[in-house]
Write a protein that binds this ligand. Structure first.
Ligand code: EPU
Length: 352
């Protein structure tokens, strides 16, 4: 492995936070991971694996080894191996491959399943950690298995989709931080009905195509998702951000009813007969935060769930704003917002 010293992480995180890594290495293969593990053991230093850097807030220089996941091979099924009768299309992808490139290529090869997850920034290996989800589809709906390297023990093993314990923006990987995802197996299909029940998707496709959304091709669903995301969410390459900064909070039936009485227009999604998610963006928006600016940080002008930076902000400034919003929502709605991106200081992950 090729070790570098005192490297700025600004190009490696989508908030563009300028902190330094004491040591930095690109991981091109499992042998690099093994060498990095040995290095950290010898030095007794902490480590951090970066993918696209699109779901983390770096608040300090990191006193250890930062590894950039660069394993990026894709194992497409050979045309002749595709079973003409079965609709299955299985693809294995190494963790460092860019997520949206995979979505684009899978559609070009005639496979559906990922189109609703178009344009999500980041790498394939990060997708299972938060069980990425958008417009009615979550990664868990098409994940077959995950290969893992345990940075504590050096063991390699495979987890099934059930082993991943997927939940809303949650998985087993949030509870086992030493598990590094090296490869993901996706179960796609060559012939499925499009998933277009999410209101804005259905409306966009119907108005763009002039025909029922259910007849849309995977490419047409992708085009609609890209259109919606571009109109609502800032491009991290132009305006630094990590997408949704908070999770949509879960409340009971009773809480939902009490809030809806007090706040007509409250946006909710039923999770099961007893639980509902509240649209956190709506809550924050009602309190007037949308478009707010203070120094180098602010709240996006079209989606209040997204915090944005100028490019020279610090992680502390971002977190201070998040804390103010969290406190305001707690006082006005009696609801606790949970921060979605992972937070890191000089030694590793921490929680608010
Ligand atoms: N809303 C407002 N004001 C706002 C933002 C939203 O009133 O500033 C209202 C909207 O009008 C809409 C509702 O809230 O009625 C929901 O908004 P949206 O469809 O944008 O979805 P969301 O619940 O805010 C979640 C994900 C997004 C994902 C969308 C679409 C979370 C934390 N976020 O947002 O994920 O793209 O659904 O499926 O679950 C991300 O993770 O970075 C991300 C963007």
């Amino acid at each position: 492995m090729e070790l570098q010293h005192s490297i700025s992480l600004k190009p490696y995180n989508t908030l563009s936070l300028d902190v330094k890594a004491a040591y930095f290495v690109r991981v091109n293969c499992i042998a690099d991971l093994r060498a990095a593990r040995q290095f950290c053991q010898d030095k007794h230093c902490p480590w951090l694996l970066l993918g696209g850097g699109s779901n983390l807030v770096l608040t300090q220089d990191f006193d250890g080894l930062v590894m950039f996941m660069a394993m990026d091979q894709v194992f497409w099924p050979a045309e002749k191996s595709l079973d003409r009768i079965s609709k299955n299309f299985i693809v294995s992808v190494q963790a460092g491959y860019e997520w949206d490139l995979l979505v684009e290529e899978s559609i070009m090869r005639g496979a559906s399943g990922l189109e609703n997850l178009s344009l999500i920034p980041g790498q394939v290996g990060a997708a299972p950690i938060q069980n990425i989800g958008a417009y009615g589809v979550e990664l868990k709906h098409c994940l077959g298995g995950v290969q893992v390297f345990d940075f504590d023990t050096g063991e390699e093993f495979e987890l099934s989709s059930a082993d991943c314990e997927f939940g809303y923006r949650d998985s087993v990987f949030k509870r086992h931080q030493c598990w590094i995802i090296t490869q993901v197996r996706l179960l796609l299909s060559r012939d499925t009905e499009p998933k277009v029940s999410y209101g804005i998707i259905e409306d966009t496709i119907t108005s763009q195509l002039g025909k029922p959304a259910i007849s849309a091709s995977p490419q047409q669903v992708r085009d609609a998702v890209i259109h919606i995301r571009r109109s609502k969410l800032p491009d991290p390459k132009k305006i630094p951000n990590v997408g949704s900064f908070f999770k949509n909070p879960m409340v009971s039936n009773g809480q939902k009813q009490a809030l809806a009485q007090q706040w007509p227009g409250l946006v909710t999604y039923a999770v099961d007969p007893k639980k509902h998610k509240l649209a956190a963006g709506w809550l924050i928006d009602q309190l007037g935060w949308k478009g707010f600016r203070q120094g180098e940080v602010g709240v996006h002008e079209y989606q209040a769930l997204v915090l944005v930076c100028s490019g020279s902000a610090t992680g502390k400034e971002v977190l201070d704003l998040a804390k103010r919003i969290k406190a305001d929502v707690a006082v006005k709605f009696g609801v606790t917002l949970e921060i979605e991106p992972r937070l890191f200081d000089n030694r590793g992950e921490f929680y608010l």
